[in-house]
Structures are given as C-alpha cells and as structure tokens.
Design a binder for this molecule. Structure first.
Ligand SMILES: [Zn+2]
Length: 284
C-alpha cells in the first residue's frame, strides 16, 4: 500500500497525472482488516471492496455497462435505503454515484450510517457545466470543507455545448482532462460526511436530447484493468455467514433472519428477499 502511494506521488511529480489518476482507486489507505463497501460498483467494482451494492444490473441508467461482481459479494440494493446495520463497515467507497441519485441527502445519510470513513468521487461543477450528461441529476462541488450539492429539475440542464458548440465543449474538456483532478470531486471523510444541499434547483433550459453527450464510462472501457487490479489486491471473499451478521431488513430494520432455499426472510415482518442473477435482492 505504501508502495502504491509512493508510485502515485511519483507519477504526479513526473507529470503523469493521467496514470496517477488511475492509481487513485487503489491508493485509499485500506488495510486487510477493513471491511469495505462499494456503493454503485457497476461494471468496475473497486479491487478493495468486500461487499458491492448496485441497483442497475444492466447499467442502463448510467451507460456504465452491466454490473459485475468480480467474485465478490454483490447485493442488489438502493443506495438511499441500504440493507446494513449501523456502522457495519470500516470504509465505504462511492465512485460516480452521487450525481445520479434521486435523493442525495438520503444517499449521504446512508453512507454516514453504515460506514465510519470513506471516499466519494463525482464529476465536479466544471465537468457538469462543460460536458453535460443526460444522467446527472445532481451537481456536486467541494470547497475543501463541504460537499455542495445542487439538484436539477431535468437530468441534463446545462447549455455549454448548445451555446458554444460541441466542438468547443470537447476542446475545453480535453484541456481540463490533461489532469482528471481538474474535473472531479475527490472527497475523503472520517466520522461524518459534511455536506449541504442547496434550496436552489438548477432550472436552465434543456438542450435537445440528441445534443447531449452520452456518458462514456472510463472504468467500463477497461474491464481487464479492473480485473487485473482485483487479482493483484487479492482480497479474501467474505463468507455469506459474515454478510448475514451485518444485514438488516429494509422494512423493519430487524436483523433476525431465516434462510430457506436460497432466499432470506425477515423473522419480524416476514418480508422475503429472493435472489436475482444469483445475488440477494434488497431493492424496495
Ligand atoms: Zn423486516
């Protein structure tokens, strides 16, 4: 881990910011003893994750490609209503999810509830302004202390490409993307996530759907790199019994389960959780 951090710092100092950016996913200060949750893991689960949460098996909502488990424990669940006990995890990772969720406060409160520390990454306000994606429901900014979130009334409301042309948008994007840090919120927290959600809802004019630039998910473009990093990190697979000890019912919050024929039933409210594609389904 120290080696990875040193390699990342060296890459940054040598001006290899794109390579340093790739290493950020494995330079998170996670130890073998930490229990790690990846929320919104999509097609590229973090190599250090022990448990994955994803709500969209096909990746249709975000064009991120089909969800993959990479041999880890995957649960289908909503980030705004997660099926875990309070403080179940040492670390929660949340890459490129917050900008998509319907209720960002609910998502952040759930992260605060289930993990002691973690990392949140999103496109920042500059990214969102220059390269509007159809699937961004929230604009996220970080001023060094607070995550500042503005919601939108439509998925894509910015007019940069409409006003200045998509060619200019691509030029500006290419300039900023020489160092991807220019375009992202990279937020680490310990204790509580400090955030504010503005009363202002962004209501600019809506560009024609065909003018919007579809999201091209970098992680999805290189699944082999993700698989390779997962093999190098060699995280142990969490036994399913351990998983049961950190789960709670999304209806009544009970943690008393009965397990029958591969399904879970809450013993208090009798809610039943079946499997979808082999993984427990906790979606509301
Ligand atoms: Zn229940």
């Amino acid at each position: 881990m120290t080696f990875i951090h040193a390699a990342r710092r060296a890459a940054e100092l040598c001006g290899l910011s794109a390579f340093a950016w790739k290493l950020r996913k494995v330079d998170l200060g996670i130890t073998a003893a930490d229990l790690v949750l990846d929320v919104g893991s999509g097609s590229a689960p973090n190599p250090y994750a022990d448990v994955l949460v994803e709500c969209d098996p096909n990746g249709h909502q975000t064009n991120s490609g089909p969800a993959r488990s990479n041999g880890k424990l995957l649960l289908w669940a909503d980030a705004e209503q997660m099926p875990f006990r309070d403080g179940a995890f040492d670390v929660a990772l949340c890459f490129h999810l917050l900008e998509h969720v319907r209720n960002p406060a609910a998502c952040l409160d759930e992260l605060n509830r289930v993990a002691r520390r973690g990392y949140i990454e999103t496109p920042n306000e500059i990214f969102d302004y220059v390269i509007p994606y159809r699937d961004h429901r929230n604009r996220v900014s970080f001023d060094g202390e607070l995550l500042r979130i503005l919601r939108k009334d439509r998925w894509n409301v910015e007019r940069f490409p409409e006003r200045y042309g998509s060619r200019r948008a691509r030029q500006v994007f290419a300039l900023l993307a020489t160092n991807p840090r220019n375009l992202h919120v990279c937020y680490r927290w310990t204790g509580r996530i400090q955030y504010t959600i503005s009363d202002e809802v962004i209501q600019d004019a809506h560009p024609a759907e065909e003018n919007a630039i579809a999201e091209e998910n970098g992680a999805a473009a290189a699944p082999w790199l993700n698989s390779l990093a997962t093999r190098i990190v060699r995280r142990r697979k969490l036994p399913e019994e351990r998983l049961l000890s950190i789960l709670r019912c999304i209806g009544c919050h009970s943690s008393n389960w009965s397990s029958v024929d591969g399904t879970l039933a809450c013993q208090r409210c009798s809610r039943v959780y079946r499997r979808f594609d082999g993984h427990f389904d906790f979606r509301p």
